[in-house]
Design a protein around this ligand. Structure first.
Ligand code: MN
Length: 717
């Protein structure tokens, strides 16, 4: 059994005394809170956190990580609270253990294999600090090492989960040693027969293989000594799972797997070019097998692995696989992301190390700029997938959404009908409002009611394009239905004013001409355009009467008619006119006035009163006789589209940050687009504003963002 002194002994080789004291304190704490608890093996529970801490110490992790290893089950399995941990061990440790507790509460249900990438992403997203993930992996390793105490079905289940989720995660982080151990342990339980057979075969050939390994190693060493190259040569049997996979993928027998042993030349030098030198020496010694050379130095793997791989014809005419790498590359190959703690304490970065970290940062998709590499390592709050949130369906399937997604987005992701009929949602079994923002790892259930409809408000709470377009579709359809009724009504009235009958004109041949004049395709289209206020009923009458000697009186203020509700909802009224019934109002596209702007009205022909801002250059050119005084008469729910343009630094997440500022004012964004020119990003937004005052507040808030260079309200003068 591992003792605390073993951990301290190892830790003191790289950690300062005050860290060791803290580790010891965490040990005492863990021992006291876990007292009396036993594992399935019958051993005291404490052995588990101790082993986890031991694994982390072997990886040379920092004190907070080792302490979190010792305490990782305290919140979940004892009466300990996060607050207590913070008082005793500081915020860092409390944060890590808190994160581990959240991770341990995820239940994976019976997931399909194809979804494991989503699970991995979710775990990554929940590991706000990469150390959380490293402790989680160490935890899993020890649980796998002691899996034999579980009942059989549980063993297989846990082993599958490890193979599907944790081994690939270790691989993604480049921690090869962990990946191989997790794979071999899982393999042993998932396919025990294959494992045992392979294990026996490898063991049987052990002795002769050892002799052979020594021989090859010594030939390589002797040769390299001639060139005074300082290095270490290793020859190790590959892990069983990789041999098994090879046999399966290539449909070959055990005897046909020629490269059971991977030879490695690890150079003292940290120069990449030395690797190529050694390669040429090896190739001069033994003939290379064509097509088997791989240069992972020039083209490193996605997880940042670097090495040269070659296969040569060895001393007995057999194939020998040889890997060539520098010490630093080797450390990364073994420990991946965990390796950089070695360099934490103020050590200067040499070129290639810095490169490694830079590449790794790209791999990990880190968003913000971190100039000082030390800063990068000390606050490893790696936001791995900051834009996404992962949640469960009641069946245990994982769905991913952009951050800020609500139950509405979730509902539409299941089915349009589920979305349309959604009346509420449960998150982790409690009811939440539809505007609730989903969090990683939550289980979401949608409550529907047949015959329920979406509302315009939902657009404020939906973030996925799918949900937004489905809601819009529904609203458009609904508006079209209403506009047909209204349009017919307006047309009939207008025709009646001229003592004409709409229904008889509809049947006449004239109608085709009207269609093309108004660019519509059908009668319904025409009627609905009138109902939506896009074409005036008067214009239709005029079209029908064109050529006929009927005099239509010039439109003057009190004769421009439209339905009452429409003019009210525009939020303006004419100065000195009490009866605003049925006045058709339009806002000028050029200056696009909003409440708070000083405005004037212009009486147009056929389009009612056009509202311009007082200072609009266009209205200044118009004849005075057609200008009327007009004033705001706004109701709170009226909103007006405003086009704003923001120029800012071209960094990631600009759109998201600006959007979230706008949304914080509860303002709807109806259009957003970003364009990058010469390191400068230009964002265009159309937002629904209710007043000049509100607009000024939003603009001021956006101006506060440090990456914003300028911002303006756009008009088309
Ligand atoms: Mn555990």
């Amino acid at each position: 059994m591992l003792r605390i002194n073993d951990i301290i002994d190892k830790a003191q080789t790289y950690l300062p005394p005050e860290d060791l004291e803290m580790i010891e304190k965490a040990y005492i704490y863990s021992a006291s809170v876990h007292q009396g608890q036993v594992r399935l093996s019958g051993e005291p529970y404490l052995t588990h956190p101790m082993e986890v801490a031991g694994i982390l110490t072997n990886m040379k992790m920092d004190a907070a990580t080792i302490i979190s290893g010792l305490l990782h089950d305290t919140i979940e399995d004892t009466l300990t609270t996060a607050e207590q941990l913070e008082t005793e061990f500081g915020r860092d440790v409390a944060f890590l253990v808190g994160g581990l507790t959240k991770l341990s509460r995820i239940s994976f249900g019976s997931q399909e294999e194809r979804q494991s990438e989503n699970f991995r992403k979710m775990i990554l997203a929940m590991s706000a600090d990469i150390r959380i993930l490293l402790v989680r992996l160490a935890d899993r390793i020890h649980n796998m090492r002691t899996l034999q105490y579980h009942p059989k079905d549980k063993r297989i289940y846990i082993a599958r989960e490890t193979m599907d989720i944790y081994a690939p995660l270790a691989n993604r982080l480049g921690i090869n040693s962990m990946r191989m151990e997790l794979e071999d342990l899982s393999f042993q339980y998932i396919a025990p027969d294959a494992y045992n057979e392979l294990f026996a075969k490898v063991a049987k050939t052990n002795e002769s293989r050892d002799r052979y390994t020594e021989e090859v190693k010594s030939i390589i060493s002797t040769e390299l000594e001639k060139y005074s190259i300082k290095c270490k040569v290793e020859g190790r049997a590959k892990h069983l799972y990789s041999i098994y996979k090879k046999m399966h993928e290539q449909h070959i027998n055990f005897d046909e797997v020629y490269d059971l042993i991977a030879f490695r030349i690890i150079l003292d030098s940290d120069q990449e070019k030395s690797c190529y030198e050694v390669l040429s020496i090896v190739h001069a010694l033994w003939r290379p097998v064509p097509g088997r050379f791989k240069d992972y130095i020039a083209m490193s793997k996605a997880n940042n692995y670097q090495s040269l791989h070659t296969t040569v014809i060895g001393p007995y005419g057999e194939r020998v696989e040889i890997q060539i790498r520098t010490k630093i590359m080797h450390e990364w190959a073994e420990k991946g992301i965990a390796a950089h703690w070695r360099y934490k304490e103020g050590l200067a970065f040499k070129g290639s190390e810095e490169n490694q970290i830079k590449k790794l940062r790209e791999v990990m998709e880190i968003q913000h700029e971190i100039k000082d590499p030390k800063e990068f390592m000390s606050n490893l709050k790696l936001a791995l997938f900051p834009e996404d949130v992962y949640v469960f369906t009641p069946n245990g399937d994982v769905k991913s959404f952009p951050k800020g997604a609500t139950p509405i987005d979730f509902a539409y992701s299941i089915h349009t009908d589920v979305g349309n009929q959604c009346i509420g949602a449960k998150v982790n079994k409690s009811i939440v409002p539809l505007k609730y923002k989903l969090q990683n790892g939550e289980t979401v259930e949608i409550i529907t009611q047949a015959g329920h409809h979406p509302s315009k408000d939902w657009l404020k709470n939906a973030v996925t394009t799918r949900a937004i377009s489905k809601i819009r579709n529904w609203i458009n359809l609904e508006e079209k239905k209403n506009s047909l009724v209204l349009g017919r009504d307006l047309l009939e009235k207008e025709f009646k004013r001229h003592n004409l009958k709409f229904s008889s004109y509809v049947k006449s041949d004239e109608i085709k001409k009207v269609f093309s004049e108004c660019s519509v395709n059908s009668l319904d289209d025409l009627i609905s355009q009138v109902g939506l206020g896009r074409i005036s009923a008067r214009r239709i009458v005029n079209s029908f009467l064109a050529g006929e000697p009927v005099s239509i009186p010039e439109p003057i203020i009190d004769k421009i008619k439209k339905r009452k509700t429409a003019s009210q909802s525009m939020g303006v009224s004419l100065v000195g006119v009490d009866d605003m019934d049925d006045v058709l109002i339009n806002f000028a596209k050029c200056c696009n006035p909003i409440p708070g702007d000083e405005i004037s009205g212009y009486i147009s022909r056929g389009r009612g009163i056009i509202v311009h801002t007082k200072n609009c250059p266009y209205i200044k050119k118009m004849g005075k006789e057609r200008i009327v005084g007009i004033e705001w008469n706004v109701r709170e729910e009226n909103t007006y589209p405003v086009h704003i343009r923001i120029v800012c630094d071209d960094i990631k997440g600009v759109l998201t940050e600006v959007s979230s500022v706008i949304s914080s004012f509860d303002i709807n964004i109806s259009y957003a687009q970003i364009e990058t020119i010469n390191m400068v990003a230009v964002c265009n937004f159309v937002i629904d504003i209710n007043s000049l005052n509100q607009l000024n507040q939003v603009l001021a808030a956006i101006r506060q963002l440090k990456f914003v260079k300028s911002i303006e309200r756009l008009r088309h003068f």
